[in-house]
Design a protein around this ligand. Structure first.
Ligand SMILES: [Zn+2]
Length: 293
């Protein structure tokens, strides 16, 4: 196993309302567009600390802001695909999923200089309910995925998936490299810590301790962030309590926590990490039919 690999940083490039399940896509035009300024702040933060990231760009954002993909690429980051309309994969038919993916990839391939190699599903929603999506990703020329979350929640999760990068065999016998977000193993549940609500709510000392555990094990950690998390002034929607916490809790602290994380650890893109795995060693293989390991 390769050791000493840097960590990978990923960004889901979407606006503040895209990931609010309560907001229907038909209502998106009514909401204030804030993604460009939030992305600008995030890019400045990354540049200051010399961190590179993979940006999983939502097609709807690429369509409305065609200037963003070239600017992100010019800053040294990788462009990857987050679908077009931010829909749960397991609520779509294979045909709907393929159309959404294709629409997004066409936009991104028209804007990016380098090939699009990776995909992340909205809400981590490739689960045991829709393994067919993996074959569609391979059909469309993608080589890696980062949609399987090795934990269990009401919305997503493949709790028995490996907690480290691996080679994922699809139901159709194809292969994709899979990069799961980092989780800590506890007796009854894997604990996420490396992104979203988990990264925002957990104290920084705990996150740093968890990241160091990955380093000691010779494994790269995978962190994920969203530009709206750098936008504490984003509009407040009248959501139920849980959704309010999910979207608005600890946004102020996040703007301090992420720079500390970038100062304490080195980060590269998933594409670079994949190339390093290819050069230094092989990834273990796993499929949905595999036993837990
Ligand atoms: Zn998203």
């Amino acid at each position: 196993m390769p050791s000493g690999l840097p960590n990978a940083l990923t960004v889901d490039l979407e606006d503040w309302y895209h990931s609010v399940l309560e907001v229907e896509p038909s209502d998106w035009p009514r909401h204030e567009d804030r993604v460009a300024s939030a992305t600008e702040r995030l890019l400045a933060c990354l540049a200051e600390r010399g961190a590179r990231a993979t940006f999983f760009v939502l097609g709807h954002v690429a369509e409305r802001h065609p200037e963003l993909v070239p600017a992100i690429e010019a800053a040294g980051h990788e462009i990857a695909c987050h679908g077009y309309a931010h829909r749960l994969v397991y609520t779509q038919s294979p045909e709907e999923f393929r159309d959404d993916l294709h629409r997004s990839l066409s936009l991104l391939r028209g804007q990016a200089k380098t090939p699009i190699r990776g995909y992340r599903a909205a809400y981590w929603s490739i689960t045991r309910a829709c393994p067919w999506a993996l074959d569609i990703l391979a059909d469309e020329g993608l080589v890696y995925d980062s949609s399987l979350y090795p934990t269990r929640t009401s919305l997503y999760g493949v709790p028995d998936a490996p907690r480290r990068p691996f080679r994922l065999r699809t139901p159709g016998g194809r292969e994709l490299a899979e990069f799961p977000p980092s989780v800590l193993r506890f007796p009854f549940r894997n604990l996420p810590f490396a992104g979203g609500i988990y990264l925002r709510l957990l104290p920084y000392w705990f996150v740093r301790w968890a990241m160091r555990r990955f380093r000691r094990a010779g494994r790269p950690a995978l962190v994920y962030i969203h530009p709206p998390e750098f936008d504490p002034d984003k509009p407040r929607l009248p959501l139920r309590f849980g959704a309010r916490v999910l979207h608005y809790a600890r946004l102020d602290a996040f703007r301090v926590k992420v720079p500390r994380l970038l100062a304490d650890f080195a980060f590269i893109t998933l594409g670079e990490l994949l190339d390093q795995y290819a050069a230094n060693g092989s990834l273990p293989t796993w499929s949905f039919g595999s036993r837990k390991w």
